[in-house]
Design a protein around this ligand. Structure first.
Ligand SMILES: *[C@@H]1O[C@H](CO)[C@@H](O)[C@H](O)[C@H]1NC(C)=O
Ligand SMILES: *[C@@H]1O[C@H](CO)[C@@H](O)[C@H](O)[C@H]1NC(C)=O
Ligand SMILES: *[C@@H]1O[C@H](CO)[C@@H](O)[C@H](O)[C@H]1NC(C)=O
Ligand SMILES: *[C@@H]1O[C@H](CO)[C@@H](O)[C@H](O)[C@H]1NC(C)=O
Ligand SMILES: *[C@@H]1O[C@H](CO)[C@@H](O)[C@H](O)[C@H]1NC(C)=O
Ligand SMILES: *[C@@H]1O[C@H](CO)[C@@H](O)[C@H](O)[C@H]1NC(C)=O
Ligand SMILES: [Fe+2]
Length: 432
């Protein structure tokens, strides 16, 4: 069904652009891409009114946004409760759709539901004509909480492996530092990605920020960037005082999570910078002792891939001071297809009051791994390895969190790096 919407003359243009993108990254930055596993395409075989690509995102500690797509218009209605056999609560929302070249998306539904109890399983139904029920669990209102964190996911057989491991991890919320579908202008691949992740993303909130693969801007033909991403992955930006879906923040279980936009303006005069300044000032460390930031392009990176890009160098130059003085605990990035963990760091030097920087761009996309590293290893880099995998951050209490990197050892998940993080707010020498 989705395939019939591909318009072939446009493919030629897309292919040329994709080749240019490859040349840009592979020739200029010059690193090996070992054979990746192949891309899989998940089709939709039900009729046009059947909901697909269901995912949820947390709007507030007691509110959830339910997002899904139908090929033809159907009611934007969610019926939910702890048990559907009892009384159900009903909520309605909105649909939108977008065009990109000759592609027209399905109806993208967004419905916000709540108030919801913390740490509780809810069942839900979508639209009117379906008997399919889904369920999700809300996040706990206090620690402990377990986050799954993975970037540069894509939709290959490696991605499936990573998702299986995440599914088995009893995580409560997923954080994704950019590069979701690797659709790269082929809009049907956004639909396929939506179907691939729906079994997980319909059950736990998936909170995402954008990567370079979300931009999808073509001069003259499609001038607006982030069209598919913004339409399909609406995040709670209005609720955090942001004016853009590309950067936002939220509180969850004693953690303040800030999603920054590596591909939005980040200079001192930009609205993102001003928003970040205001957001950091509003943090109540009594309520959320932990502050976690996600970006796409890493500010610290000893891999030979993606060195010297503006989104790394200039964004760090602009914003590192803000994060340092706010005593941000950890910064997660993607972009580099590998795993790397740094010590606490500020202005390129080890600093006990700086954030730990972690690159987790190892979801398993079709471009393969970034295997070449700077040699000798700089002292601030404590662990680096080019393998696919995912990370788990278990925030145990106000002072301790356990970070574990699980690599895909072929199809097995193997815990390969683990560290206890202590909270900077509870460190008297790092007064906020
Ligand atoms: C539907 O979307 C429009 C535009 O985004 C918004 O103004 C309106 O409030 C929304 N309605 C509902 C019920 O959410
Ligand atoms: C599509 O599926 C729904 C729900 O199963 C059903 O009510 C409807 O009649 C179907 N429509 C078509 C055109 O088959
Ligand atoms: C949906 O469920 C109702 C009641 O259980 C049943 O009568 C109906 O046939 C079901 N419809 C479909 C399309 O399965
Ligand atoms: C799932 O996780 C459990 C431990 O949490 C482990 O024993 C089991 O082997 C895992 N299963 C798979 C398929 O990875
Ligand atoms: C903001 O600053 C950057 C870099 O200093 C500059 O390129 C840009 O034009 C400025 N934008 C505005 C709106 O002043
Ligand atoms: C927090 O968790 C750590 C690790 O389990 C433990 O050692 C510490 O005692 C806990 N602190 C409090 C106040 O419970
Ligand atoms: Fe990227």
């Amino acid at each position: 069904m989705a395939i019939k919407k591909t318009h072939f003359p446009f493919l030629t243009l897309f292919v040329v652009i994709i080749i240019i993108e490859y040349l840009k990254f592979d020739v200029v930055h010059g690193y090996d891409r070992p054979p990746a596993r192949k891309t899989i395409f998940i089709s939709h075989d039900d009729n046009d009114t059947v909901p697909q690509q269901v995912h949820i995102s947390q709007v507030a500690q007691d509110k959830m946004r339910i997002s899904w797509i139908t090929e033809s218009p159907t009611p934007s209605k969610v019926e939910y409760n702890e048990f559907l056999s009892k009384n159900t609560v009903s909520a309605t929302g909105n649909t939108s759709s977008y065009r990109d070249g000759f592609y027209k998306s399905g109806e993208i539904h967004n419905v916000v539901i709540g108030p919801l109890k913390p740490n509780t399983v809810y069942h839900y139904r979508l639209g009117e004509s379906t008997n399919t029920t889904y369920n999700f669990k809300t996040t706990p209102d206090r620690f402990p909480i377990k986050f799954a964190i993975v970037g540069d996911l894509g939709q290959t057989e490696w991605t499936v492996s990573t998702l299986n491991h995440i599914a088995n991890s009893s995580y409560e919320m997923l954080l994704l530092p950019g590069d979701l579908s690797y659709a790269d202008f082929i809009q049907n691949l956004w639909d396929s990605f939506g179907r691939l992740v729906a079994p997980l993303a319909s059950q736990r909130p998936w909170m995402v920020t954008q990567g370079n693969h979300e931009i999808e801007r073509i001069p003259i033909v499609h001038k607006t960037p982030f069209t598919a991403y913004n339409a399909r992955w609406k995040m709670p930006f209005e609720e955090s005082g942001s004016t853009s879906n590309l950067y936002y923040s939220f509180d969850v279980s004693g953690v303040h999570v800030i999603m920054l936009g590596s591909y939005a303006e980040f200079h001192h005069n930009s609205s993102q910078y001003k928003w970040l300044q205001g957001d950091l000032l509003k943090i109540n460390r009594g309520k959320t002792p932990w502050v976690v930031v996600l970006i796409h392009a890493p500010w610290y990176n000893t891999n030979k891939a993606h060195q010297g890009e503006d989104e790394s160098v200039d964004m760090k130059a602009s914003m590192e001071d803000l994060l340092y003085h706010a005593r941000v605990d950890v910064v997660f990035a993607g972009h580099v297809h590998a795993y790397e963990r740094f010590t606490r760091v500020y202005k390129d030097k080890s600093d006990n009051c700086g954030p730990v920087h972690i690159t987790i761009g190892d979801g398993g996309n079709r471009e393969g791994l970034a295997r070449r590293y700077q040699d000798p290893k700089p002292d601030i880099s404590l662990f680096r390895e080019a393998s696919f995998g995912h990370g788990l951050l278990e925030v145990v209490n106000a002072s301790h969190a356990l970070w574990t990197w699980h690599k895909n050892d072929n199809d097995k998940s193997v815990a390969s790096d683990s560290i206890w993080l202590t909270n900077l707010f509870s460190n008297p020498t790092c007064k906020v």
